[in-house]
Design a protein around this ligand. Sequence first.
Ligand code: NAP
Length: 247
Amino acid sequence: MTQQSVVLKTGGNSGFGFAVAEELGSDSTKHILLGCRSAEKGEKAVAELQNRAQATIDFVRLDITDEKSISAAVSEVEKKYGRLDVLVNNAATLDQNQESLALQMASCFETNSTGVALAVDAFLPLLKKSTSVARIINISSGAGSLRRRVNQSPNAQVVGMQGVAYAASKAALNMITLAQAKAYGGDALKVFVYTPGFVISNLSTLNTVENGAKSPKDGALGLVKVINGERDSEHGGFLSESGQYEW
Ligand SMILES: NC(=O)c1ccc[n+]([C@@H]2O[C@H](COP(=O)([O-])OP(=O)(O)OC[C@H]3O[C@@H](n4cnc5c(N)ncnc54)[C@H](OP(=O)(O)O)[C@@H]3O)[C@@H](O)[C@H]2O)c1
């Protein structure tokens, strides 16, 4: 029997992360781990997915803003599986209800940039133990694209100054990913930035059908291809479903 790939996705209990788990669930060669900060939400998501999945699914408690939580999750994955094959850093916040810009900046950077850097640093030894090509996929956003901001694309206009904390934290994540790709990338480990596009989710009050957001399932298939190694030749790239994105 083929050994299952262990795929850990942070923030897998809602929106895009959940849709990717649903899509990946049809693949019996995968063991999907949802990294959730709430045990209640994690258990609920696993129960919903397990009903229809060919893959095996579990969740691990993981708050990426808490180093002790990250370290406990690494120990749990090591104890149960001894390795990690794919790490999808999907968890993020826009935190638009913070009382001040300072608090929103701190929160967005803590989760969207620092949290991803810490998670990769902590899980790297397990990714190096993968028996196949390991992959790190950091979920960013078109809002983090400097080029699009320079060109004032419609997306950048929607985000405006209201979303500057989120946009800046995603631009920082892009730089963190490039550094990870240069430092760790090679034949055995591939590193990517991926953006799902504008999808319905709990990220903000704007992420609705009325505002033109598409189903999170539409962006999920593209990410599954990256998880499965179909885009390994684009290592170090800023990917979307349809091609490469502008930095
Ligand atoms: N939706 C879009 O249009 C869009 C566009 C471009 C990029 N993205 C990116 O896609 C990814 C998924 O976002 P989404 O739109 O699906 O939003 P979402 O529905 O709000 O999902 C975010 C997930 O991250 C989790 N999370 C937040 N902080 C966390 C922490 N400290 N530790 C662990 N988990 C945490 C949330 O858990 P809780 O349920 O516990 O809060 C939730 O499961 C994000 O990286 C986002 O930036 C989204």
